[in-house]
Structure formats: structure tokens, C-alpha cells
Design a binder for this molecule. Structure first.
Ligand SMILES: Cc1ncc(COP(=O)(O)O)c(C=O)c1O
Length: 348
């Protein structure tokens, strides 16, 4: 415990975690001598090769600073301003990017409510109503998050059904994979099986939530879509001059399955947290725990008492649903301490 008597780690976000020691070592190792800036360096070549080992030789990979940027730029590459992007109402692009996708793509976001953060063709097909009609925006992209903002995961079959639907209707499938590693290990599938092979056209591949300091990648599975992307990235302010420090992190993440181990650990911690919280009579787990997020309803009067010690987000104020996230560095001790506090607080 620190002097303020606050625990060292909390359950607010996997972004609140620090940097995995192996990633930090890779950053330090990259900090030697000069290399050419803007990505024409050996670190970027090796990291790109690691991506292509996982996603196939034809995957076109671009490193960027952050996840909002990855989404905005990937979507910009495949849309025109008179088009629309279909997404869940809970999607990060819809609620947590301050309107950046609308501002930078010019597209309208068409959002639908879902039970579990997942899209299905049945709940989005009504958006095709105005196709070809000049008074309506033209749906061009279906965007999914994997894992979703509700901690659930699309199976490869669900993704294939969505990509089939999108492609049959002249649309593309975009995936916000800020937590793609958590989804892959949850499904026990390779990264490619739940992206390119499932029909995803453009992927935002997350690094920061899985142990990196910063940096995400935009991966195109069809090079005809990425022809102009180098200009889009630069104009979109996401061409890092010292690219090697993002590349070195990705190389470390994708070497020796560090990405997998980090995500497996975070997911396992989420399952334990959910199991222990479910034993507390007044706590109700609201979503399947398929990745590293746990959603629960906790009676509203107790929430500030818990937040005084452990910061976390209220997801739905009406229902008092809160979100807990685990990360690569969560320990069983952290869970024990937190659940003990929940138990004693909810008895008060
Ligand atoms: C689902 C999802 N997508 C994308 C992001 C990327 O966000 P940032 O721009 O903060 O890196 C986040 C971050 O919380 C996220 O949860």
C-alpha cells in the first residue's frame, strides 16, 4: 500500500497498467545509436515481418501512436464523406472518441443497441434501406470491436457471417482490435483466424492494453485498400518520427508469444474476479466474461464508497452497472483485497 493507503493497482482500465518489463527492455535496447526516422529502420522491418508471420505475407501494416488514431485513419482509408459506418451503440468509435471518426471521415455513424456489444446482420440490415437513394448516407463499413466494449467476444463464425453480409452489400468489415489479443486467447484461435481469414478488411491492432507503453497498428488485408494510406497517416498526424520505439515494442510483444501470455493472464484474472464477485449477494454479473472485462450491477449507494479506494467506471448510471478491467499485471492478491472490500462495504 502507498502512503495514501490506496492499493497499487486498480480495476478501472487495462490502460491504467504500466508497461510490461520485456517491453520496457525492448524500448531501452532500441535506444542506441541513430537509425533513419519515420520507419525506414531495422526495428520497423522486423516488427512488420512479425505481423506478417501472424497475419500473412500480404498484410499491409502501419504503426500509429494510439487507438483512436488507428480507428480514425483505418476508417478514413476506406470511406468517402457521404458514406456511413455501422456500429454498436457501445462502440468506442461511437462513444469514446469525441466524435473523431465523424470529424475526420465525414461519415455518419449509424449505431444500434445490442444486448452484448455484438452486431448481427439481422439488427443492422435495416440500414440498407436507402442504398442508391441520394438523400441518404450510403452504408460502407460495418465496424466491430473484438473483444467488445462489453467484454464479450465474436466467434470466427459470427465474424464470417457479418463479413459475408457486408461484402454482399458492397460494404467492408472494420475491426477495432484494441483488445484483439484477449479475444484470440479467449477463443483459442490464431490472430489471423479471427481477422483476415474471417473476412475482416481493416484491423486496428491494439498494443497499449496488452503491456505496451503506447502504439497501435493498422493492418490491411487487401492492399488495394491501403494504396494511399501512407499519406492518410501522415496527414492524420500519426507518422511517428521515432518509429523504432513503437516497432521495438511490437517486435517484443509478438516474439515468444508475450502477447498471448499477457492476454491469457488478464482474461484469467477477469474470470476469477467475476467468480468471486458473483458470490457477493448484492452483486449481479451482467455480461458473459469472455475477455478481460467484468460488468456488474452494484447497488448505487455503495459505488462511491468503493470508488473512494479503488477507482473504476460506472457504465450505466440508470442501472448502476459498473465495469472492472483486469490487465497483464493484475494479481490474485489484488482481486482478494478488492473483493474483501466489496464484501465488507456491501454488508454495511
Ligand atoms: C475498444 C477500444 N478501442 C479503441 C481504444 C483506443 O483508445 P486510445 O485512443 O485511448 O488509445 C480503446 C481505449 O480505451 C478501446 O477501449
Amino acid at each position: 500500500m502507498s502512503k495514501s493507503n490506496k492499493p497499487k493497482r486498480s480495476f478501472a482500465s487495462d490502460n491504467n497498467a504500466g508497461v510490461h518489463p520485456k517491453i520496457m527492455e525492448a524500448i531501452i535496447a532500441a535506444n542506441s545509436g541513430h537509425v533513419i526516422a519515420y520507419g525506414d529502420d531495422p526495428y520497423t522491418a522486423r516488427a512488420t515481418a512479425k505481423f506478417q508471420e501472424r497475419f500473412g505475407k500480404l498484410a499491409d501494416v502501419y504503426f500509429v501512436f494510439g487507438g483512436t488514431g488507428a480507428n480514425v485513419l483505418g476508417l478514413s482509408a476506406i470511406t468517402e464523406p457521404y458514406q456511413a459506418i455501422i456500429c454498436a451503440d457501445t462502440a468506442h468509435i461511437n462513444v469514446d472518441e469525441c466524435g473523431a471518426p465523424e470529424k475526420f471521415t465525414g461519415c455518419k455513424l449509424l449505431s444500434v443497441s445490442t444486448e452484448n456489444g455484438k452486431l448481427r446482420s439481422e439488427i443492422i440490415k435495416h440500414f440498407l434501406h436507402g442504398v442508391g437513394f441520394e438523400h441518404h448516407v450510403q452504408p460502407r463499413v460495418v465496424s466491430v470491436s473484438q473483444s467488445t466494449e462489453m467484454g464479450t467476444v465474436y466467434t470466427p463464425e459470427e465474424l464470417k457471417a457479418l463479413s459475408r453480409f457486408a461484402h454482399e452489400n458492397n460494404m467492408l468489415l472494420h475491426m477495432d482490435g484494441a483488445r484483439i489479443a484477449n479475444a484470440a486467447v479467449s477463443l483459442k484461435r490464431d490472430l489471423k483466424e479471427i481477422t483476415g481469414s474471417a473476412g475482416v478488411d481493416v484491423l486496428s491492432f491494439g498494443g497499449a492494453k496488452n503491456g505496451m507503453m503506447y502504439g497501435e497498428a493498422v493492418v490491411f488485408f487487401d492492399r488495394s485498400l491501403s494504396k494511399e494510406f501512407k499519406y492518410i497517416r501522415k496527414q492524420g498526424t500519426h507518422l511517428p518520427s521515432k518509429m523504432r520505439f513503437i516497432s521495438a515494442q511490437f517486435e517484443a510483444l509478438l516474439t515468444g508469444d508475450l502477447w498471448r501470455r499477457n492476454a491469457e493472464h488478464a482474461n484469467r484474472m477477469a474470470r476469477i474476479l467475476a467468480r468471486e464477485l458473483a458470490k457477493v449477494p448484492q452483486v449481479q454479473i451482467t455480461q458473459k466474461v469472455e475477455a478481460n472485462g467484468v460488468f456488474a450491477i452494484i447497488p448505487a449507494k455503495y459505488v462511491p464508497l468503493l470508488q473512494a479506494k479503488y477507482f473504476f467506471y460506472v457504465w450505466n448510471e440508470q442501472t448502476s452497472e459498473v465495469r472492472f478491467m483486469t490487465s497483464f499485471d493484475t494479481t490474485e492478491g489484488d482481486i482478494h483485497d478488492f473483493v474483501s472490500l466489496v464484501k465488507s462495504t456491501l454488508r454495511e
